[in-house]
Write a protein that binds this ligand. Structure first.
Ligand code: SF4
Length: 306
């Protein structure tokens, strides 16, 4: 096995793959409403991810539609995806999460958020759901470099991430860290540092995204002005494979590439073919004789990117 992937983990834990129901919980983001910033991260679209979700429906209705057509044997992950899903008073969070848990086939409540919106009250609430379902908190880190964080207008420093991750660990709440490969101005050394910071907080999972340019974003304007050049396919494949060899072997990789919502991709074109990207990363690891965490065992054949 080249890496610990999500479908393998799900089969082991639940005896099957789970279907994902993405939910727009009606939240916003402190990096958009002025609490810590305006305009948001430079790659963030109008919907704060989850562009395909019908947000005119209530949370319960979104989940009900996601369950439609499922059999009694199916299992589901409900993923609060758009914007910052812990950015509200705890009583509102409770109402919205509870509105989603309407069926015993829902095995996982996944909550996407920013580390600066995690505090003790939020963590206690999330912990309380763990009697009913498994819970994952998905924390957007993207990079450990505060310099890059400034360029992408992330709106918090990396020590905020470390504190949030530590708090979640103290409460025994599994969390999944998102990182992006191909951020403006980053070298492979920045990516190494990001991986090191991620390893240091012992997440249960990681999502690796490739940076793509989506229509209507600040990054798209930078791209048009020639201020941002996306990675080539080969660069991405090499950098993603390198990151995988440096991540702890027990971390579950939920993703190793990302794809832009249909119709909104500006560049790079190759990022639209997710299966091809994954196949090439697998090939690269095989060519190196490497696998997830193999660097930690002292086997690392990297010598191609300056
Ligand atoms: S934290 Fe997420 S929702 Fe908020 S601006 Fe950044 S990418 Fe968008």
């Amino acid at each position: 096995m080249l890496y610990n992937n999500l479908s393998g983990y799900l089969r082991e834990r639940y005896g099957k793959r789970l279907k994902k129901i993405c939910v727009d919980g009606g939240f916003t983001c402190p990096n958009r409403d002025g609490r810590c910033g305006v305009g948001g991260c430079i790659y963030c679209g109008e919907r704060g991810a989850g562009e395909h979700i019908n947000n005119t429906l209530s949370i319960t209705e979104q989940v009900r539609r996601g369950l439609e057509g499922g059999t009694e044997d199916d299992g589901f992950i409900v993923y609060f995806q758009n914007f910052t899903n812990t950015y509200a008073h705890v009583s509102i969070l409770k109402q919205r999460y509870s509105a989603a848990l309407i069926d015993s086939r829902i095995k996982v409540l996944a909550i996407g958020t920013r580390p600066d919106c995690i505090d003790e009250g939020v963590v206690r609430l999330i912990r309380s759901y763990m009697d009913r379902v498994d819970v994952w908190v998905e924390l957007g880190l993207q990079t450990s470099s505060d310099r890059t964080a400034g360029i992408i207008n992330r709106g918090y420093n990396t020590d905020v991430f470390t504190r949030a991750a530590t708090l979640l660990s103290e409460y025994g709440i599994p969390f999944v860290v998102h990182m992006i490969i191909g951020l403006p101005g980053e070298s492979y050394l920045d990516i190494d540092d990001t991986v090191e910071v991620i390893n240091s907080v012992y997440p249960s999972g990681v999502k690796i995204h490739g940076m793509y340019v989506m229509r209507g974003t600040v990054l798209a304007e930078m791209y048009e002005r020639g201020e941002y050049t996306p990675l080539t396919l080969d660069e991405y494949v090499t950098l993603a494979a390198r990151a995988i060899t440096r991540l702890r072997p027990n971390i579950v990789l939920h993703r190793i590439t990302g794809d832009c919502p249909k119709g909104l991709l500006v560049a790079p074109e190759w990022s639209a073919d997710k299966n091809r990207v994954i196949a090439l990363i697998n090939e690269k690891l095989t060519e190196w004789g490497a696998r997830q965490g193999s660097l930690t065992e002292g086997v690392f054949p990297w010598d191609t990117v300056e």
